[in-house]
Design a protein around this ligand. Structure first.
Ligand code: UD1
Ligand code: CA
Length: 451
């Protein structure tokens, strides 16, 4: 049996933020969400999140995840004190307790699984994850004998100058035999520089405690301030982009591109510079995305080009050309082979196949059929100041330049709308509609000269 406890009660004062540290976002999810999703790899029976500072906010932010038990640590008296709060919850529990730091978000599932495995095969009282850090400043230092048996963990601030030379650091990730830990938890003392109860002291009282080095020290990078958050984001981005390049995605100037880890990309896809792919986004093969584009929570089919454009919460079918400077948002759905051009905004608009909206248009709350041609400057007047109304346009219809469609309105199929028309009433199939004042020419008319 495995239970997981995540330390997430600290204020994170070095972040200088109203937002609890563990809720700061990294690559599309919060720090604590990342830790939780990594913990899933060991299939825990129990998931406890220890909350304190901003506890309600943390609970709220995780309310979409089932089966989490929140443990309140009213006063943050240290990481050991935090684990003490778990005791009433795990009474009678037998097995391993995996303790994870809510601010160590880059851990790989594989690492956690092998930590647990080492712990169980050796029958250790505790097994802790360590790393050889090039810059160990700020981390607890771990001292071992030749067999990786831990003799002592000393916090950075409690180290002697000689101890500080040790680059082997505590990752803040531990696997405990729960029964053994319950024996020592009540005996923790706060006699250290911070006057806190340290979980690392529990480690000092247990035996045997084994240390396991993580292969890639970047995995245990902890976040205490904004600079470290930025570094973590860089590490994560490099990981994600390296994976996609290995999977057959071309990234031009990868340093200028960001990709959230939930994004799914097909091979033979080109991502151009200054492009950002976020959230639950999926892009098909043969696409050329960017330069200068943002795609979030959107699905894009095969062979689409998207140039200097923003697509949010929308869907684009295969073979479309989008941009430059298009904005698709709020459930826009673009059918196959469409062209959405310069300075066009689509909101809650569904377009059939091979429909063109090439220049300077706003289509909001609209349904367009197949092969519709929307003339430059066509606008749906969808809002009457109180409510939004829908516009419908049938197959093969054409709107002239500068058409205003005052919704609610339905335009039939094969309709031609004269340029400059303002339409306020429905239009049947197969006709020409002109809705503008006729041009008047007055021969010989001149301005009277001023006397
Ligand atoms: C801790 C470890 C250190 C390790 C480092 C790795 C201790 C004493 N030290 O130091 O050995 O190298 O992590 O990143 O454990 N928290 C609570 N309640 C509290 C205090 C903290 O839940 O009362 C939570 C924090 O929200 C955070 C985690 O515990 O998620 C670690 O706390 P932090 O203060 O950042 O510890 P470090 O000084 O980084
Ligand atoms: Ca920390």
């Amino acid at each position: 049996m495995v239970a997981v406890a995540i330390l997430a009660a600290g204020r994170g004062s070095r972040m200088k933020s109203q937002l609890p540290k563990v809720l700061h976002p990294l690559g599309g999810s919060s720090l604590v969400e990342r830790v939780l999703s990594c913990a899933e790899s060991v299939q825990p029976q129990r998931r406890l999140v220890i909350v304190g500072f901003g506890g309600e906010q943390v609970q709220q932010a995780l309310s979409h995840l089932p089966a989490i038990e929140f443990v309140e640590q009213a006063q943050q008296l240290g990481t050991g004190h935090a684990i003490q709060q778990v005791m009433p919850y795990l009474q009678g529990f037998e097995g391993s307790l995996l303790v994870l730091n809510g601010d160590v978000p880059l851990l790989r599932s594989q690492t956690l699984m092998s930590l647990l495995q080492t712990h169980e095969t050796h029958g250790n009282a505790a097994t802790i994850l360590t790393a050889q850090m090039p810059d160990p400043k700020g981390y607890g230092r771990v001292f071992c004998d030749g067999q990786n048996i831990v003799t002592q963990i000393v916090e950075d601030r409690d180290c002697t100058p000689a101890q500080r030379q040790n680059r082997r650091v505590n990752a803040g990730i531990y696997c405990f035999d729960w029964q053994a830990l319950t024996q020592v938890l009540p005996t923790l003392q706060a006699n250290n520089q911070q006057q806190e109860y340290y979980i690392t002291d529990a480690v000092n009282f247990l035996s045997p405690v084994m240390a396991v080095d993580v292969e890639d020290h970047q995995e245990i990078f902890g976040i205490n301030d904004r600079k470290q958050l930025a570094t973590a984001s860089q590490i994560l981005q490099n990981r994600i982009k390296d994976d996609w390049m290995r999977a057959g995605v071309t990234l031009i100037d990868p340093d200028s591109i960001t990709i959230d880890d939930a994004v799914q990309l097909a091979p033979d896809l080109v991502i151009e510079p200054q492009t950002h792919l976020r959230g639950q986004t999926k892009i098909g093969s043969g696409c050329r995305i960017g330069p200068g584009s943002l795609v979030e929570n959107s699905q894009i089919g095969e062979n689409v080009t998207l140039l200097y454009s923003v697509v949010s919460d929308s869907q684009v079918a295969a073979n479309c050309r989008i941009g430059p400077y298009a904005h698709l948002r709020g459930d826009a759905e673009v059918g196959a082979g469409c062209r959405i051009g310069n300075f066009v905004e689509l909101k809650q608009a569904q377009l059939g196949e091979r429909t063109n909206v090439a220049h300077l248009s706003y289509l909001g709350d609209a349904s367009l059929g197949n092969q519709v041609n929307v003339g430059a400057g066509t606008i749906t007047a969808n809002y009457d100041g109180v409510k939004k109304h829908r516009t419908q346009i049938g197959d093969r219809s054409k709107t002239g330049s500068n058409t205003v469609l005052v919704a609610p309105i339905t335009i039939g199929q094969d309709v031609t709308i004269a340029a400059g028309s303002t339409l306020t009433e429905d239009v049947p199939d197969d006709c020409l509609v002109v809705a503008r004042a006729r041009q008047v020419v007055k021969p010989g008319w001149r301005l009277k000269p001023i006397e």
